[in-house]
Each structure stands twice: as structure tokens, then as C-alpha cells.
Ligand binder design. Structure first.
Ligand SMILES: [Cu+2]
Length: 644
């Protein structure tokens, strides 16, 4: 099977992407695996790309500005919101305000600058709305979706031919977090033009507590040159900017932060918050929103947001320091997705290790909520590289004794079995030829120990890039018993992909660990130069050793997804029929009792998510545990032999 065909199958069927954009993304995944550099503009071919803005060029197009979603569009006249939206060509700069840029169609309010994301529509429930829509394009139709009453199960679309203007009237409908978007008639199958969409928020009559709206947009255009290895000119933005130019947030300790996160793009984004649990208040789509009942609100650190989905979340800034909220899909945060010329903006001799869908949070100095008690524990962890070259294989070890050439070393890193509240110091020694850093994913932790190099900082200390041969000691705080991950947070697309990840179990203060009944299933890649499904491994291998169990005995299954991309789900079977497992925890937090339910099969979990299940066989026999990426095509199977 060729790599391309392989990746076409690898995309999970729950993705709402079209087949065409899926295949585009598949190629992107494959192509962007190499350790390539972003080109500067003068390295590009002499024939200019129609989408790229060249610095020496005069342009008549208006500049599309970054929209921070704080000022709603339109004006209220006679209790009716009057909206005037135009579809226009524009120049858009996702990084600095001058370069690099893309020429593309955007949406503007009449009399204002065009913007990405599209103008914020924010009204109260029951508001009457009147919109005048104008398509200024000379050669393309533009179809609006989502300018209609909520909730709805079907789209009401408005098609505008080139030059056409139309008027519509509708009522806002039920309170919630929604989106609207435009499809261009000339939309090329390989193009993604999801800059053409924005937030549609409906507040309840009494209003909403203060919040911020964060909108994810993607624009992507093929570039046909062997020089530009990414194969696409792309912008990945949150409120119209890419990291490190995204807006930073600066709450004070004790503030409750409320965000409505809206994924206008058609791709999935597992959105991850560093250092804190967040509470999910609602999950929705362009047309409907589901609010969690009090007591049923998930407390998590990562939400895998599907294409055109919305999330209303809140969290408490209970600790000072520098933190991140970002997409955990390595290919949406790697510097390799930056536009040609982006590197020209970097400070001398510095290149960022992240880009795209990342926002920074700086919580002002103040008290810290962490608890540590009992005697301290010290651990040593070593990184190593055992397949040198362009696609290295890396890993973690608790032992300094290893040989570079041995094949016995495998991914993932060793299980770190830690205890709630015990102050735990981990000294990481870097035995690789490149710098690295370790992030303790999901833990409530001091910022300086959070592991984003040259960013995580508190108490006058900062997480460094650990240079070859050097070490750094992280202090772990262990507030909640559960399942977590440690992984590199430097050059993720290569380091996580080449094996720098491992599982963490935090035990309750008096809990004993029994490996016979407590099982980790961690899925990751073993090389960044992935060629087939064999390069994606569960517990470091593609063949799973059988397990033994007794009737009536309860086993804990801890599922961890730390691939650079793609989702997984879990199912237990007996005689090809599903045997329900109990979903008990997510991202290290136990679900409230009422939410702990038996599932014939789990939902799909995205990158950076952990989920715990209980399995109690009631009959003797042979069972099959399946961890599935694509049903019937890509999955791991483990035999369970259950006896009386
Ligand atoms: Cu993403």
C-alpha cells in the first residue's frame, strides 16, 4: 500500500471533513513529516504564487484585520439588529501586520475593514435581525450558511451570484454558541477557505457573565513547487493571528476565565489547556448547542473539537505563571506550517518551536493552589536516541545504562507510578544530540515545571531547553489521582512522533497498584517518518500479549492517545458482540458518579486525551479488547482469557 493510500484510510470516519479535504490533509500529514525548514521569500521560484503577497508588490486590496471578537457587528434600529455584510478580496497577514501574507476572500461589515474571523454576530435571544448581504466578487458566487434561527437541524443557505445583493430577516433563537460561514462557488477542491466564517453568539435575556470568544480559522492553498516542501500555503489562526502573534491573556489569580471556543475550520482540533482543569459548559455546532446540566459538566484538560463545532468553557486561574491553550495536533502547531518569509520576523539566531493554533496566558503573581505533603521523592529520567539520522527513534529510560545501538529499547517511556500529594522531583538528563524538554500533561503544576521551554515560568524560574548532555529537575505536584502523560514539548512533530512520550499513573494516598488488574494502553508513533500502520504502536508494539482475568474481577483500562494526529476509541468484545465497559475518568479526573456509564464502545478520543474504563467480566471465555483507529481497517487487538 502506498503511503498516500494508507493515509486516506487513516483519517477517522467521525471527522466531518469532506473526502477531498481529508485527502489534502492526509498528504499534508505525510509531507510535513520531514525535518524541513520554512523558506524565506527570496528562495521561492521566480513565477509568483497568486495567493502569496510579495513585499515589493503594490496592492489595491484592503487589509483584513485580526478580529478579537469583542465588538459585535451591526446596529440596533427600532429593536431590529441591522447587519450589512460584504464578501471581498483582501490581503491578510496572520503573523505580523506587514508580512508574510495571503491574498484571499474575506467578509467585512460595510464601512469597516474586512476581518478574520468574520464579523462577530452577538445578540440576545429573541432579537429580530435584518441582514443585507453583498457579494463584490466578479467571478464567483458566495453562499452564506448559518444566518438563521437557532436551533435548527438543517442549514438555510443564501446564494449570492457575482455582484449580487440580497436581504434576509430572521430571529436569533435559543441562547448558545454557534457559527456562520461562507462557501465560494469557485472553491477548488484542494483549497480550504475557512477564513470565511465567524462566531454567532446568542446570549440569554439576562445576559452572560463576561467572556471571550476564540475562533479558529484555517486557510490552505496548494503550492506547486518542489522547493516548498509543505506543499501548501497555510494560515492557522486563533482570532486572526498565529502564534507567537496571537492575543495573550492576563488574568489575576482567582479569576474565573470564560471562553467560547469556535472551530470554524473543517479539521478537528484537540484543544488542550496547560496546568488547569477546565469545566465544559456546553458543546455545540453551527446550528445547535447542548448545555451540560449542573453536576454533569465534564472537568477535563483536552477537548477534541470536530470541524465546525463550538465549546463554552470556564476555568479558574488558581496559580501564577505562563501557560498555554493550544491544539495538540502536532501538525497544527509546528513551525513548518508557517508561510514563506515568516522566519524573517524571528529574532536573530532564534526560531520558534511552535506556531499556529496556540494562545499564551500570563497569570499575574499571586498565591498558588498546590498541595504537597509527606517525604519528597526523587527520580531520574534519561532521554536517548537509538536510531540516528533523519528519522531518529528516541525514548525515555529510568536507567542511565543503555547502548545507542540496541534494538531492545522501545517506545513508550516507562510508566511513572506516582502518589497523590507526594512532592516528586524528576531530574531529566538529555542523552540525545538535540535539545529537549518534558511537559507533564494534565498535571496541576508550578508553571516553571510545566515544560514549555523558554515560556513556562514562575517563582523566578523557567523551564529550559535541556541541551545535549545537560539536565534539569522538574518538580511535580500530584493533586488528582488518575491517568496522565509525559511528553516532549519541543519540536513536537518530530520529538513526540519519534517516541518521546510515556504514561503516568497517580495513585491515591493509600491506593496500591496491581499490574494484574490495572492496564495502560498508550498509542503513539515510533518514528516521525511514518510509512505504514506498523509505525503506529500501542504500548510500543503492534502485537499485544494476551491478558488473564477472573470472572467478577474488576480491571482498570487506561487509554492514552499521544500520537501527533488521529483519534482512537476502545471496545471490548466477546464472540464478536460488544461487552459494555464502564467509563469512569477523563484526563485524570474521575467522572461524577451519575456520569459513569456503561458503554458498548467509547467515543473517539483525540490527541492529548486520556480516558479510564472499568471492565468486569461476568462470564468465562475469550474476550477481545479492541483499540480502533479506523473500524475494521486499523486497530489493535488483545485477547483476554477469562476463567472462573
Ligand atoms: Cu489542530
Amino acid at each position: 500500500m502506498t503511503p498516500l493510500v494508507f493515509f486516506l484510510f487513516l483519517i477517522s470516519p467521525k471527522d466531518s471533513e469532506t473526502f477531498i479535504t481529508r485527502s489534502a490533509r492526509a498528504r499534508k500529514l505525510y509531507i510535513s513529516c520531514g525535518p524541513e525548514k520554512v523558506l524565506s521569500l527570496d528562495q521561492l521560484p521566480r513565477i509568483r504564487h497568486p495567493r502569496l503577497i510579495y513585499p515589493d508588490e503594490k496592492s489595491d486590496f484592503p487589509i483584513a484585520v485580526a478580529n478579537n471578537n469583542t465588538v459585535p457587528a451591526g446596529t440596533i434600529k427600532n429593536k431590529v439588529l441591522e447587519l450589512q455584510l460584504e464578501v471581498v478580496w483582501s490581503d491578510f497577514y496572520p503573523e505580523s501586520d506587514k508580512k508574510p501574507g495571503l491574498r484571499m476572500v474575506t467578509i467585512k461589515e460595510k464601512g469597516k475593514a474586512p476581518c478574520v474571523p468574520a464579523p462577530l454576530i452577538r445578540v440576545k435571544t429573541g432579537t429580530k435581525m435584518h441582514a443585507v448581504l453583498h457579494n463584490t466578487l466578479k467571478d464567483s458566487s458566495a453562499t452564506f450558511f448559518g444566518l438563521q434561527k437557532r436551533p435548527s437541524s438543517i442549514y438555510d443557505s443564501i446564494l449570492l451570484r457575482p455582484g449580487e445583493t440580497k436581504e434576509i430577516s430572521f430571529e436569533s433563537g435559543m441562547a448558545g454558541t454557534y457559527l456562520y460561514w461562507i462557501k465560494l462557488g469557485t472553491h477548488e477542491p484542494d483549497h480550504e477557505e475557512q477564513q470565511l466564517g465567524g462566531a454567532f453568539i446568542i446570549d440569554p435575556k439576562e445576559g452572560s457573565p463576561p467572556d471571550r470568544v476564540l475562533v479558529v480559522n484555517i486557510s490552505s492553498f496548494p503550492i506547486d513547487t518542489s522547493l516548498f516542501s509543505n506543499g501548501y500555503l497555510e494560515s492557522f489562526t486563533i482570532n486572526g493571528k498565529s502564534w507567537p502573534n496571537t492575543e495573550g491573556f492576563t488574568p489575576s489569580v482567582g479569576d474565573t476565565v470564560r471562553w467560547r471556543v469556535i472551530n470554524v475550520s473543517l479539521r478537528s482540533h484537540p484543544m488542550h489547556l496547560h496546568g488547569f482543569n477546565f469545566t465544559e459548559l456546553s458543546l455545540g455546532s453551527a446550528l445547535s448547542d447542548s448545555v451540560f446540566k449542573p453536576g454533569y459538566e465534564p472537568m477535563i484538560v483536552t477537548q477534541n473539537m470536530g470541524g465546525q463545532s463550538t465549546m463554552n468553557m470556564k476555568w479558574v486561574a488558581s496559580r501564577p505563571g505562563s501557560w498555554l491553550f493550544h491544539c495538540h495536533l502536532s501538525f497544527h502547531v509546528t513551525p513548518e506550517i508557517r508561510l514563506p518569509g515568516a522566519a524573517d520576523l524571528d529574532p536573530p539566531n532564534q526560531s520558534p518551536h511552535m506556531a499556529g493554533l496556540v494562545v499564551g496566558i500570563n497569570i499575574k503573581p499571586g498565591p498558588c493552589d498546590l498541595i504537597a505533603k509527606g517525604p519528597a521523592r526523587e527520580l531520574s529520567l534519561y532521554t536517548y536516541q537509538y536510531l540516528p539520522g533523519k528519522s531518529p527513534r528516541n525514548g525515555y529510560s529510568l536507567s542511565p545504562e543503555f547502548k545507542r545501538d540496541t534494538n531492545a529499547l522501545s517506545t513508550p517511556g516507562p510508566l511513572l507510578l506516582l502518589r497523590q500529594y507526594q512532592p516528586t522531583f524528576v531530574r531529566v538528563t538529555n542523552r540525545m544530540e538535540v535539545p529537549t524538554s518534558v511537559h507533564w500533561h494534565g498535571l496541576d503544576i508550578d508553571s516553571w515545571a510545566d515544560g514549555v521551554p523558554d515560556w513556562s515560568a514562575s517563582d523566578g524560574k523557567m523551564s529550559p531547553s535541556i541541551q545535549p548532555g545537560e539536565n534539569f529537575t522538574y518538580k511535580l505536584t500530584l493533586m488528582r489521582p488518575g491517568t496522565y502523560i509525559y511528553h516532549s514539548h519541543l519540536n513536537d512533530a518530530h520529538q513526540i512522533a519519534s517516541g518521546l512520550y510515556g504514561p503516568i499513573i497517580v495513585l491515591r494516598e493509600n491506593q496500591t497498584y496491581d499490574p494484574e488488574t490495572d492496564h495502560v494502553y498508550i498509542v503513539g508513533w515510533k518514528t516521525s517518518n511514518i510509512k505504514s500502520f506498523e509505525d503506529i504502536v500501542m504500548n510500543g508494539t503492534s502485537q499485544q500479549a494476551p491478558k488473564n482475568a477472573r470472572v467478577g474481577e474488576t480491571h482498570r483500562l487506561r487509554l492514552i492517545n499521544i500520537q501527533p494526529a488521529d483519534d482512537i476509541k476502545i471496545r471490548m468484545e466477546k464472540d464478536s458482540m460488544p461487552v459494555p465497559v464502564k467509563f469512569i475518568a477523563k484526563d485524570g479526573t474521575d467522572l461524577p458518579r451519575l456520569q459513569q456509564t456503561f458503554l458498548k464502545e467509547s467515543a473517539f478520543f483525540g490527541v492529548g486525551e486520556t480516558a479510564d474504563f472499568e471492565f468486569t467480566p461476568l462470564k468465562a471465555g475469550i474476550y477481545d479488547l479492541k483499540v480502533i483507529m479506523v473500524e475494521g481497517v486499523y486497530f489493535w487487538n488483545q485477547k483476554w482469557i477469562v476463567t472462573d
